[in-house]
Design a protein around this ligand. Structure first.
Ligand code: KIV
Ligand code: NA
Length: 267
């Protein structure tokens, strides 16, 4: 299949074709997801939770994200690969943000980066885009700001917050973002934002009217039993499948059933 570019996803919105996005943090998963035909792969800083076992995305470093992103890039033939810039690699100054984005692109080989937030980072987004690095925005629930908000509850349920989010989305589009993730906001608000913008919105817990959808791969595969938000649809029960496979293997070893004659070498 043809390589997906940032222009492809913008055209998909124009043509009314929905955009599919999943996360990946390593080569093997990226290969499977890419070969299955996904449009966009996000090397999310959810790697902090999923790969590293932290409670938040705050501890993730730029070096760790570059490592994950480089592993993913080696597994991908056609998907557009976007990587999160982690907390504090782009908030201090536009200059530092540009250096972080440039390192991510040069060292990992991703096609673009994602940053969280609206108005406070608009100028930075402009600078990164001007340097030739595509930027995806991220509004609504922005996990890097968890200690400011205090909870992972649905965002922008109040009118003032909703109005501010629409303004932020417009500013990000003006600044040159090619797409915006909308996380955990009312479906009606996501629908309004999507109608307002000519760049595609990609929702997670943001309803059916977004131009695309994203889930964390480990969640949608059912690898994770503990995380049960309303928006999550599980497409497999890999936690059970893996547990049973491991138990089967253990039991075969204990019984002396593994390896059998065909599984050992003669001579
Ligand atoms: O880090 C991540 O996985 C994300 C998506 C949930 C949008 O930012
Ligand atoms: Na993220």
């Amino acid at each position: 299949p043809a390589k997906v570019t940032t222009q492809t996803v913008v055209d998909m919105k124009r043509n009314g074709e929905k955009i599919s996005m999943l996360t990946a943090y390593d080569y093997t998963m990226a290969r499977i997801i890419d070969a299955a035909g996904i449009d966009v792969i996000l090397v999310g800083d959810s790697a902090s939770n999923v790969m590293a076992g932290y409670d938040t995305t705050v501890p993730m470093t730029l070096d760790h994200m570059i490592y994950h992103a480089s592993c993913v890039v080696r597994g991908v033939d056609s998907a557009l690969v976007i990587a999160d810039l982690p907390f504090m690699s782009y908030q201090v100054t536009s200059k530092e943000a540009l250096i972080s984005a440039g390192r991510m692109m040069k060292e990992a080989g991703v096609h673009g980066i994602k940053v969280e937030g609206g108005k406070p980072i608009v100028n930075t987004v402009k600078k990164i885009v001007e340097a030739g690095i595509p930027v995806m925005g991220h509004l609504g629930l922005t996990p890097q700001s968890i200690y400011k908000f205090g909870t992972y509850k649905v965002r922008a349920t109040e009118e003032t917050e909703a109005d501010a989010l629409i303004e932020d989305a417009k500013k990000l589009e003006e600044a040159g973002c090619f797409s915006i993730v909308l996380e955990k906001i009312p479906a009606k608000l996501a629908s309004a934002v999507t109608a307002e913008l000519s760049i595609p919105t990609i929702g997670i817990g943001a309803g059916a009217d977004c131009d695309g959808q994203v889930l964390v791969t480990h969640d949608m595969l059912g690898l994770n039993k503990e995380f049960n938000p309303r928006f999550l649809r599980r497409y497999a029960d890999m936690h059970t499948d893996m547990t049973e496979a491991v138990q089967h293997y253990i039991s075969d070893i204990k019984k002396g059933d593994f390896p059998n004659e065909d599984e050992q070498y003669g001579g």
